[in-house]
Design a protein around this ligand. Structure first.
Ligand SMILES: [Zn+2]
Length: 74
């Protein structure tokens, strides 16, 4: 039955590092979460360097802001 299967789904929603949307499925990279669709895009952008660089740039920005939060600049 459909209802029984749904109740077994215990996966928690997590915020994706790239698209900032709450998703239930994805991969965990260290302590970062990347949702299924962004992971697919990362895999598929292998031949499109520009798009890949955009992701790398975004990841770097997130990492920088994490460091800034840890250490106040003032
Ligand atoms: Zn995502």
């Amino acid at each position: 039955m459909k209802g029984m299967l749904a109740s077994e789904q215990t996966q928690e929603m997590q915020e994706c590092l790239i698209c900032k949307q709450e998703k239930g499925y994805g991969i965990q990279v260290l302590h970062y979460f990347i949702c299924e669709s962004c992971e697919q895009e990362l895999v598929n952008t292998d031949t499109k360097e520009e798009a890949y660089n955009e992701y790398v740039h975004r990841l770097r920005k997130v990492r920088d802001s994490l460091f800034q939060n840890r250490r106040p600049i003032h």
